[in-house]
Design a protein around this ligand. Sequence first.
Ligand code: DX5
Ligand code: ZN
Length: 216
Amino acid sequence: MAVLISPSVLSCDFANIQRDVEMINASSADWFHIDVMDGVFVPNISFGFPVISAIKKHATKPLDVHIMIANPDLYIEDFKNAGTDILTVHYEACTHLHRTIQAIKAAGMKAGVALNPHTPVDLLQDVIADLDLVLIMSVNPGFGGQKFIKNAILKVEQAKNLIHRYGSRALVEVDGGVNMETGKELVEAGADVLVAGSFVFNSSNPNQTIAELKSL
Ligand code: DX5
Ligand code: ZN
């Protein structure tokens, strides 16, 4: 299967969101990656429900929503109502992760869990069978445009092994510092989905950059 591409709208032009959403619609991208940051779980604040709803009105592809927030359980229904298709919470933000995953699925969304660079993949072994997505962070979450942490490549292999061992259907997505070089190594390691923010939106032709990533 060709790798799926999920451009991160964190790096789009917020004064022209509709234009950038239409660009992604017309491109070979598969999903919209949407980063929600609360200034508590991560040292940055991005945007919330009104912006997700506005994107949903124009998007023709699934919304892959990555929430970097404390107390995610409080907002699961709100994310569903805003148009989320895949909701990814952080392992480090969930005391009762099993309950959170069940609540996401009960609300009618696909469930993902993100792992910070310091969090071992094996910690997911008791929930992996229930997951639709494992998100390996290849930067410390909070900002676009950071340097790729190479250990993420090993973690992709570990996640794929865990998924096979437990008969899970989860996809492995990688987020942070993805470009043609790191993307190639990640695809070779077995990554199913690549998130790319600054590499896409800082390029002179984002549509073509997405196509190049898609061809990895
Ligand atoms: C970082 C976010 C990423 C970010 C990636 O906390 O989760 O999705 O937008 O940006 P790049 O691709 O520029 O590293
Ligand atoms: Zn993200």
